[in-house]
Ligand binder design. Structure first.
Ligand code: NAP
Length: 512
């Protein structure tokens, strides 16, 4: 169990996992399966669940079918709907924490404030809000959708009404009868709009860029289906396999043949035309970029809500706030009682990167100031024995992130295995040449993808316009690229033998 101290100044563990969402809990299950029990999961909040704990806004649900948006090693025959609501996914993650005996490892209310690579001792010093510990390996599973982003709007402090972000919903605030502004038209906003439209007096939606929205084929999973999945587990496996296979075939259109996506655009337009009859509103809601360039959204209720008489669409971004008046970039003024920001997350500038200090004393944020770069989405040059789950270029445009997370867990498991095989106090440091080669390969493939050529800006791109978030291939390709740690891509760093304790840690060449 976690918590050796012995020769160490602080409590010491083999692995410190940060975060208890899908990535962190998955890492914990995988570590236990590998026979590693000497680890902790550090969680800043008071319960597990990550983004599925934080996002409790009305209508919050997943766009990936339930049987695919779950761990392959923890199938759930009881999913009640084809697309799960937030509360079901959150309950699933709590269940995973219980079933796999993870609770003793989880430290709630332990926010990681800072972590520093100690090059003399070859371990990480991790300072948390509940104490300091050291770890041979850090697995950072903080996720890209964990830190809400509110744009820096001029005059925001002058607003006297209620303000909150979609990921920090204030359930004590009653929206009934209020004039509410919803800022943004991303995946979160389009789920919120139909829910709150029914309650508020007036809803003003600030749309900077219209999204493409396809119908959502959501339905209850029947008792018979669930019985079948319970009695014959291979049926739920087959269902998952089918859902995966369809998306695996679709991805080629996103990565190699964006021109084929025109047919899907026609479907999305039909979805809009069914509900929106006003030609002016239709025009405002029609995107001018290729479908898929931004995340494709799914909803049957978004457009019907926009057609309701208590909804206004301002097709211009929020530019300024003057008291209770919201001023759009086109000068439109709207007075409101409350603002809901559905403006996304710090994805390409994740705040955790400021808290990681590597071998040369620089933070990960400093090292990534020209853009996030990793080796196989996991490790970073200058940060030995540190890896991230859902790292750079591991995101997906059309399938389940859980597939990618599980690939990264394979890589993590092999990493720990390799450390064990090398033996002694040892660290693996990603070679800058290997990191660069990997990124060249990824960016080369990125050139043809719809995310880069579709004519939009999105949170997939960083400030320099480089796509550092999405994986430009199939999940199968990523699975095979992360099956094993190739030691030729790493320097093996060891502590000096006792005889030469004065000297610095030395590096070995293995299989290079
Ligand atoms: P998002 O996709 O980053 O969307 C942010 C929205 O805010 C965009 O529409 C953006 O406009 C808009 N915006 C930013 N500043 C603005 C301003 N000053 N005025 C007006 N609009 C402004 O964020 P999100 O909706 O929270 O979704 C983030 C990710 O979470 C999704 O892509 C998805 O991966 C995940 N998610 C999934 C689901 C699901 O499965 N159904 C649900 C929610 C979230 P521009 O488009 O012009 O930049």
């Amino acid at each position: 169990m976690a918590g050796r101290q012995g020769e160490h100044e602080h409590e010491h563990v083999r692995v410190a996992v940060i975060g208890s969402g899908f990535g962190g809990l998955g890492a914990a299950v995988r570590l236990r399966r590998e026979g590693v029990t000497d680890f902790v999961v550090l969680e800043r909040a008071g319960s597990v669940g990550g983004t599925w704990r934080d996002n409790s806004y009305p209508g919050c649900a997943c766009d990936v079918p339930s049987h695919l948006y779950s761990f392959s090693f923890a199938p759930n025959p009881e999913w009640p709907r084809t697309f799960s609501g937030q509360e079901h996914i959150r309950a699933y993650l709590e269940h995973v924490a219980d079933t796999f005996g993870l609770r003793p490892h989880i430290r709630l209310d332990s926010e990681v404030k800072h972590m520093r690579w100690d090059a003399e001792r070859l371990h990480w010093e991790v300072e948390t809000s509940s104490g300091t510990l050291t770890a041979d390996v850090v697995v950072s599973a903080t996720g890209p959708l964990s830190d809400p982003k509110i744009p820096d709007i001029k005059g925001i402090d002058t607003f006297e009404g209620k303000v909150f972000h979609s990921a920090q919903w204030d359930h004590d605030y009653d929206l009934r009868g209020k004039r509410v502004a919803m800022i943004g038209t991303g995946a979160s906003a389009i789920q919120i709009v139909p829910e709150i439209q029914k309650e508020v007096r007036r809803l003003t939606l600030f749309q900077r860029t219209p999204p493409w929205v396809l119908p959502r084929a959501d339905r209850a999973i029947s008792g018979a289906e669930r019985w079948l999945h319970r009695q014959l587990p291979f049926t739920s496996k087959a269902r998952r396999g089918l859902l995966w296979g369809i998306r695996e075939l679709q991805v080629q259109a996103f990565t190699k043949r964006p021109n084929e996506l025109g047919m899907i655009e026609a479907l999305a337009k039909r979805n809009m035309y069914r509900a929106i009859k006003d030609p002016v509103l239709r025009e405002k809601l029609t995107p001018t970029y290729r479908i898929g360039c931004k995340r494709i959204l799914l909803s049957n209720t978004y457009y019907p809500a926009l057609a309701q008489p208590n909804v206004d669409l301002v097709d211009s971004g929020l530019a300024e706030i003057r008291g209770n008046t919201l001023v759009a970039a086109d000068g439109t003024e709207t007075e409101v009682d409350a603002i809901v920001f559905g403006t996304g997350f710090h994805v390409t500038d994740m705040p955790i990167a400021d808290r990681v200090r590597g071998a040369d004393g620089r933070t990960l944020a400093e090292s990534w100031q020209d853009g996030m770069k990793s080796l196989r989405g996991a490790t970073a040059a200058g940060f030995p024995n540190w890896m991230t789950i859902i790292g750079p270029n591991t995101g997906l445009g059309n399938s389940s992130m859980i597939l990618m997370i599980e690939s990264q867990l394979n890589y993590m498991a092999d990493y720990v295995r390799q450390l064990n095989t090398l033996g002694g106090r040892v660290a693996l440091a990603a070679r800058p040449s290997a990191v660069n080669a990997w990124n060249r390969r990824v960016q080369d493939r990125m050139k043809r993808t719809v995310w880069n050529t579709g004519g939009c800006t999105s949170w997939y791109l960083d400030d320099n316009g480089v796509n550092t978030t999405v994986w430009p291939g199939t999940t199968t390709e990523f699975r095979s690229a992360t099956r094993r740690v190739d030691l030729a891509e790493y320097e093996v760093v060891r502590l000096p033998k006792p005889a030469d304790t004065e000297s610095k840690p030395r590096t070995e060449k293995v299989g290079a």
